[in-house]
Write a protein that binds this ligand. Structure first.
Ligand SMILES: Nc1ncnc2c1ncn2[C@@H]1O[C@H](COP(=O)(O)OP(=O)(O)O)[C@@H](O)[C@H]1O
Ligand SMILES: [Mg+2]
Length: 247
């Protein structure tokens, strides 16, 4: 093999006390790919994303970003996080800061970007997510969907190589889900590499290059969405999907 995957998760193991959440998880993500993680609540989807972003340390195995082992303890977590954009279910915007200040906070404070440059870049990202006119509003004055789009703009501001999206539409009212999914669809079309956890199976079918079903600490089944979601080979996958579809 001469090609280097953008991300390579190799035999990752992660426990919390006696609770072994990830037993042996391996996954590669190629540039421009969208990988969707599915699985029951508690199956370790968030934990896996948190390991990639170094919010959790792995117990065993390693994670390579563009060929470099980021789980090596000598690697700077800040430097790795500057290359990875993360968006969570709860947008975690600071209510006392304007939209634009929420976006420039990390670049200016953590990554030592010049303030004027950071603001210019933040405005470009707000335009990208269709919210330039809200730059000086407070988060509370925005709808949930708009706040989540601001959180996505904030994650994009460092020009990340990889985006991790953890149930980014789960906290939204149903009528606001579409605008966020549309934005993710556009990012995918622009070539952004993404790993996301979602319960939006219709969306997963449309944008995923690969769907991974987490169960029992392993990727129990993976493949193209038409196969894993449309014609699952494993009984556990079928059970999970039938529960989702009966909701
Ligand atoms: N910081 C933590 N400390 C202890 N247990 C945790 C922690 N984070 C997650 N867990 C446990 O790990 C398991 C997987 O959680 P999580 O990754 O959030 O699952 P999912 O995102 O698939 O719902 C759960 O049993 C959860 O209680
Ligand atoms: Mg989760």
């Amino acid at each position: 093999m001469t090609t280097t995957s953008l991300l390579a998760i190799e035999h990752v193991r992660k426990s919390f006390g006696d609770n072994v959440v990830l037993r042996d998880v391996s996954l590669t993500v190629e540039p421009g790919q969208c990988v969707v993680l599915i699985g029951a609540s508690g199956s370790g989807k968030s934990t896996l994303l948190r390991c990639v972003n170094l919010l959790e340390t792995v117990d065993d195995g390693r994670i390579l970003l563009a060929g470099k082992d980021i789980t090596d303890p000598r690697v700077s977590a800040d430097a790795v996080r500057a290359r990875i954009g993360v968006v969570f279910q709860s947008y975690n915007l600071f209510p006392h800061l304007s939209v634009i200040d929420n976006i420039t906070l990390a670049p200016v404070r953590v990554h030592m970007v010049d303030r004027a440059d950071a603001r210019q870049r933040a405005m470009a990202m707000l335009e990208r997510v269709g919210l330039a006119e809200k730059a000086h509003a407070r988060p509370d004055d925005l709808s949930g969907g708009q706040q989540q789009r601001v959180a996505i703009a904030r994650a994009l501001v460092n020009d990340p190589q990889l985006m991790l999206l953890d149930e980014v539409t789960s906290a939204l009212d149903p009528e606001l889900v579409g605008e966020v999914l549309d934005l993710l669809r556009e990012l995918k079309a622009e070539g952004m590499t993404m790993i996301l956890n979602t319960h939006e199976m219709g969306f997963a079918r449309q944008v995923a290059d690969e769907v991974c079903f987490l169960h029992g600490g392993y990727i129990h089944e993976k493949g193209p969405p038409a196969q894993v979601l449309g014609d699952p080979q494993e009984e556990r996958t079928r059970q999970f999907l039938s529960r989702i579809h009966s909701l």
